[in-house]
Design a protein around this ligand. Structure first.
Ligand SMILES: Cc1ncc(COP(=O)(O)O)c(C=O)c1O
Length: 398
């Protein structure tokens, strides 16, 4: 018998670790050694903007109600019914689909909700496809519930989904395809044509293998699309689609953990799927979404994100100029707050090491299942971008 205090699977997880977290920890060490103002940390996608003013007003109003019995108590596992109604109305126009409260469930961040979804729909041994590069945590969100994630490389020219390659990856065990647009880490925004052709492929494949293949649109960066690009709504394009998102990135509330799922009302038995999701939300231990977060969300819903978009646009352009000037090869991100430049010589670990030696922190793209690039998050103050120019230049020369 092993004397280990943890399982062998957990030992393996821990030994692989998260490259993003590792860079974050390297940043703490570098700051201790060289001082806060010397390090340019582009490793974490933690939005640095304040939440909208409505959040402060909601908080004040809620504080005044703290003597009400049960004010911070449990509520139905899917969230407050008034919060679901408000969310459904807001999402109906965004997703061009008539949604009611019964089609949406609130949960603990997009991450918590995605776990609830896979807990609800996966059989042991099921496969879930996604487009590489991808948000590395997907492996765990699927693996936690008996499935395995199968990344399929994106289209080489523009990081879009390679629908033919996805079709070739479908097996009788395929249960879902996760798409993430705007994409972390590539910054790509998928076109409506791409999602339509993916939908057509999934309809045919579902018929062929005799089971529903879900399309999971993970959209926490929907609000961050630049130059007037519109992020297409997935729900009207495919019957067995769900949208998962959160208020982490758009309202700067990542730590408050309010996420949601919307189920396409066009699918048969949408109510059964919702019952399963609500049960999963409960038994995975999330129980219900945070109380305070729902009040903040409800008051922030519909507030303009134009100010945030303007700030990120300005930062994107600043960092683009610095990277171009230093000689990096990259595509200007169409969405998100990430750059995904090519690693010189295709060695992502080497360039990240050289950048670290010059006090610039980035994440190697191996962590996103797509070696040969590195990710830079520009959810940082302008001053950090401005003082990074020399580090970027020296790292490339070195
Ligand atoms: C693509 C993607 N999906 C999901 C999440 C998780 O979001 P949340 O913090 O709402 O759980 C993130 C967070 O960085 C992300 O980048």
């Amino acid at each position: 018998m092993s004397a280990s205090v943890i399982s062998s699977a957990m030992e393996q997880n821990l030994s692989q670790g998260s490259l993003i977290r590792r860079m974050f920890e390297a940043g703490i060490e570098l700051r201790k050694k060289y001082g806060d103002d010397a390090v340019c940390d582009f490793s974490l996608g933690n939005p640095d903007l304040a939440p909208p003013a409505e959040a402060a007003r909601a908080m004040t109003a809620l504080a005044a109600r703290m003597s009400e019995p049960g004010i911070l108590g449990y509520m139905p596992n899917a969230g407050f019914s008034w919060a679901r109604e408000k969310l459904a109305a807001w999402l109906s126009s965004q997703q061009k689909t008539a949604l009611e409260a019964k089609h949406v469930m609130l949960g603990c961040g997009a991450a918590g909700v995605m776990n609830a979804f896979f807990h609800t729909v996966l059989e042991p041994g099921d496969e879930v496809l996604t487009v590489a590069p991808f948000f590395g945590e997907y492996r765990f969100y699927v693996g936690n519930h008996g499935g395995t994630l199968h990344p399929v490389p994106c289209r080489a020219e523009d990081f879009g989904p390679d629908v033919e390659a996805l079709a070739a990856a479908v097996t009788p065990r395929t249960r879902a395809v996760i798409i993430n647009s705007p994409n972390n880490p590539s910054g790509a925004v998928y076109s409506e044509e791409d999602i339509k052709s993916l939908a057509t492929m999934l309809e045919e494949a579902s018929k062929r293998i005799g089971r529903i293949i879900y399309l999971v649109a993970d959209e926490p960066y929907r609000f961050l699309a630049y130059d007037g690009i519109e992020v297409p709504a997935a729900l009207p394009l495919y019957k067995y689609s769900v949208v998962i998102s959160s208020f982490a990135k758009n309202y700067g509330m990542a730590g408050e953990r309010v996420g949601y799922i919307a189920v396409n009302p066009a699918m048969e038995h949408a109510d059964q799927l919702m019952d399963g999701l609500i049960f999963s939300n409960r038994v995975l231990g999330f129980v219900n979404p945070p109380v305070v977060g729902q009040y903040l969300m409800a008051d922030c819903l519909g507030t303009s994100t134009d100010a945030a978009l303007a700030i990120y646009t300005n930062r994107r352009n600043k960092l683009a100029a610095i990277l171009a000037d230093a000689g990096y090869e990259f595509t200007l991100p169409k969405g998100t707050f990430y750059f995904f430049p090519k690693a010189p010589g295709g060695d992502d670990k080497a360039i990240v090491e050289r950048l670290t030696n010059n006090l610039v922190l980035a994440v190697p793209s191996s962590g996103f299942g797509f070696p040969g690039y590195f990710r830079l998050s520009f959810a940082v103050e302008d001053a950090v971008i401005e003082r990074s120019a020399e580090g970027f230049r020296k790292a490339l020369k070195g």
